[in-house]
Design a protein around this ligand. Structure first.
Ligand code: ASP
Length: 341
């Protein structure tokens, strides 16, 4: 039996053409995927194709776009065995993270992919990325889908989506997942790394459709002014801050800085520390004296979460309407395999 796969096209380089006037790459609407990729007919899949309009450069991704996308997946969930999302690479890691939180009890594959070169270009990486993403979405073990979570497939590797970030704007292997193993490697055959693939009890899918974007991202740097920190923390309606700290979660020790942080926490703003180290490692509060001030100031540890996952998770948790205390708890505990504690 062929698997039924829904490919959802959202925009991005993969479907771009050059505007003859401006010479800039812009999304176009491609309706018939088989005319671009006839080899898809050879896979064990019946593919339907939908566009999420308007098509966007993924720089325009936002919570409203994520909610429209999860609604489309939810509306079609019972009719398909798996989903492949064609998406721009720039913010694909944010979208993968957001989808992972919004789709609770997901038990089918949702694989995001895209390309560094448009499908219309001879050397495009998009052709292999789509074909393999569909092949992975069609795989099963017995009666169950092999993959039951939100992933990114890109350049011969399958990643857990909420563990990734875009690491390169030039090479075909654009994504990195420093704190979690690849779920599959693709060469002559596809080698799945079963120890790193979630196995799920089947439960009804819950599609969450509320995200609260009243949060901020604050990246620390040597010399950061207290007026910058203070203006971020006094943003009207602010509920939470993802703070990118140094190394294993360290921050300046100045009284002024630490009292701004403590006052904000005391006033109910949730502050989550994630590490600026892109290539791996985790926040370990208290490992150095330089993180003790944050600990005393009520900052919580995001462990080895990426900034992308932390932002999506905070929007999701506040969107559920839970209390700040509960948000703090869940920020420190894994919900969808996004962190290791
Ligand atoms: N700017 C494009 C986007 O993210 C880049 C890409 O698709 O790779 O939509």
């Amino acid at each position: 039996m062929k698997k039924k796969i829904l490919v959802i096209y959202t925009g991005g380089t993969i479907g771009m053409i050059q505007n003859p006037d401006t010479k800039a790459l812009e999304p176009f609407e491609f309706k018939d995927i088989y005319s671009h990729l006839p080899m898809l007919k050879l896979l064990n899949a019946d593919i339907d194709f939908k566009s999420l309009l308007p098509l966007i450069d993924s720089s325009d991704t936002n919570p409203d776009f994520w909610i429209r996308l999860v609604k489309m997946i939810g509306d079609n969930y019972d009719n398909y065995d798996g989903f492949v999302i064609l998406h721009g690479t720039d913010t694909m890691a944010y979208t993968a993270s957001a989808l992972s939180f919004l789709l609770e009890n997901l038990s089918k594959p949702v694989i995001l992919t895209g390309s560094q070169l448009p499908l219309g270009v001879v050397r495009t990486d998009g052709r292999d990325n789509i074909v393999t993403a569909v092949e992975i979405a069609s795989e099963s073990v017995g009666d169950e889908p092999r993959i039951q979570e939100v992933c990114i497939y890109f350049e011969n590797a399958l990643f857990r989506g909420n563990r990734t970030y875009k690491a390169n704007a030039e090479r075909f292997n654009a994504f990195a997942s420093p704190n979690y193993h690849k779920m599959a490697k693709v060469g002559v055959s596809i080698t799945y790394n079963d120890n790193f693939i979630q196995k799920k009890e089947k439960q009804p899918l819950i599609v969450h459709t509320d995200l609260d974007a009243n949060i901020a991202l604050l990246k620390l740097y040597p010399g950061i002014s207290t007026s910058l920190v203070s203006s971020v923390l006094s943003m009207p309606g602010l509920r939470g801050v993802v703070m990118e700290t140094f190394g294993a979660g360290n921050a300046p020790s100045s009284e002024e800085f630490l009292s701004l942080i403590k006052n904000a926490s005391d006033n109910g703003i949730v502050i989550l520390s994630v590490s600026q180290c892109k290539d791996g490692g985790a926040v370990k509060m208290g490992l150095y004296g330089a993180s003790l001030g944050l600990d005393k100031g009520g900052v919580v540890s995001g462990a080895d979460m990426t900034t992308e996952a932390a932002i999506a998770k905070m929007m999701y948790l506040f969107g559920t309407g839970m209390s700040s205390e509960k948000v703090k708890y869940w920020l420190q505990h894994p919900l969808r395999g996004e962190m290791t504690i």
